[in-house]
Design a protein around this ligand. Structure first.
Ligand code: ASP
Ligand code: MG
Length: 417
């Protein structure tokens, strides 16, 4: 007997029939003798609709009221799942974030969890075998007593945080895919599902564009050492042996991965923009003059490359920002033109970032060099490069994204046979 958190995303609770399907997944685990807490998202599309309603009511709305509105989607699914469970003879009770409570910061619309009291849930496990159904994505800022939300995709983070608070053995994330793949299977049909991946690697994959899990949930899993199992909610509940190993991907600590590979996965993101500041003086303080104002404007700069200008005397600085911040970033640099002192600004929005991830890179030399050659063989020009301990990324023209991802997937032996 163990203790589980089961998290179901929007597509898994998209209508009443699917909620009833979720109830049967939960029943299976309860019947197997486990204590179960369930974390639910809003029905798919619901949060988008609620966000849109706020915008329609007024583009400049109060973030506290935005939270009051968008948190309601999860309230509905938690109640409905409790009803569906009770209907099949399972004791269940729904919980809103404030009822637990899930305490957060006061950063409305992007709050962080600061503490969860799991004692009442545990007490009810013991006293009456009651399943707790917790609304994901939401919490409370205690000093004001107001509802907060955790940012889009936040119910993954709710689930991992609840799992830590009730000291669960594992946090199961049920979603519309049956695990984490070596890359997006829609781009590379030969992509493989991984059985296991280390927290660090998953963190990089998620940060570099893989959309399976919210980045913060992985971060939290790593800090709390809470194993996260990504699996499909579309498998028939009755066909799954609760004591067997179902298809899925376990995100766990590196020590638990016996057979580690040099490269585990390839991520890509087309939501990038490049800005090159041309012909600036090569002297102390220039980088600060460029990146200071960007930081103040809350713009996240990702890749940075500095090289000699065409004239051989000055220097060029190239960097990337998320496409959503492109216009603001460009305006910020133009505003600081006199202070920075540059000749020209070149920009591009048709760029993509392809990232290769694997903890084996720590101990293997030349992993990136092979990629650069493979891209050169295909006449793909690299605009910028960044590396970290277990990852490197290249910036290329968007048109070559699929070609590059496929080439690298094959190069590192990730293709399914
Ligand atoms: N419903 C919220 C969203 O769509 C939270 C979540 O599903 O994770 O962002
Ligand atoms: Mg999600």
């Amino acid at each position: 007997m163990g203790r589980l958190v089961m998290k179901f995303g929007g597509t898994s609770v998209a209508n009443i029939e699917r909620i009833q399907n979720v109830a049967r997944h939960v029943k299976r685990e309860v019947d197997a003798g486990h204590d179960v807490a369930v974390v639910v998202s809003a029905m798919s599309g619901k949060t988008n609709e609620l966000v849109e309603w706020c915008r329609a009511a007024s583009p400049m709305h109060d973030a506290r009221e935005y939270d009051a509105v968008v948190a309601s989607g999860e309230q509905v699914t938690a109640g409905l799942l409790a009803i569906a469970l009770q209907a099949i003879g399972i004791q269940a009770r729904s919980w809103q974030g404030w009822q637990i409570p899930i305490k957060t910061t006061d950063a409305h619309a992007s709050a962080r969890i600061v503490g969860i009291d799991g004692s009442e849930i545990i007490k009810r496990f013991k006293e009456r075998k009651e399943v707790a159904i917790v609304s994901g994505f939401q919490g409370i800022y205690e000093p004001t007593g107001r509802i907060t939300t955790l940012g889009r995709g936040g119910s993954d983070t709710s689930a991992v945080a609840i799992a830590a608070a009730i000291r669960a053995d594992r946090c199961d994330i049920y979603t519309d895919v049956d695990g984490v793949y070596t890359t997006d299977p829609r781009v590379v049909p030969k992509a493989k599902r991984m059985d296991k991946i280390a927290f660090e690697e998953m963190l990089e994959l998620a940060s570099q564009g893989a959309k399976v899990l919210q980045v913060r949930s992985v971060e939290l899993g790593m800090v709390q050492n809470m194993p996260i199992f990504v699996r499909s909610s579309f498998d028939k509940p009755e066909d799954i042996d609760p004591h067997g190993t179902p298809p899925g991907t376990l995100i766990c600590s590196e020590e638990e991965i016996v057979e580690s590979q040099v490269v585990t996965g390839i991520a890509f993101s087309k939501d990038e923009a490049q800005i090159s500041v041309r012909q600036i003086q090569d002297k102390p303080g220039v980088a600060a003059a460029i990146f200071g104002p960007l930081a103040e404007a809350n713009i996240n700069v990702d890749m940075i490359v500095q090289n000699v200008s065409e004239d051989g005397k000055t220097t060029d600085l190239t960097f990337t920002v998320p496409a959503a911040d492109y216009t603001r970033a460009k305006d910020t640099i133009i505003k600081s033109k006199d202070h920075i002192g540059y000749a020209r600004l070149d920009t591009a929005t048709d760029v993509a970032k392809v990232s290769v991830i694997g903890s084996g890179m720590r101990s293997h030399a030349g992993v990136a060099a092979e990629a650069f050659q493979a891209l050169a063989d295909r006449k793909i020009n690299i605009r910028a490069i960044t590396t970290s301990e277990i990852k490197f990324s290249v910036l290329i023209d968007t048109a070559y994204t699929e070609l590059a991802v496929r080439a690298l997937h094959t190069l590192y032996g990730l293709d399914r046979d």
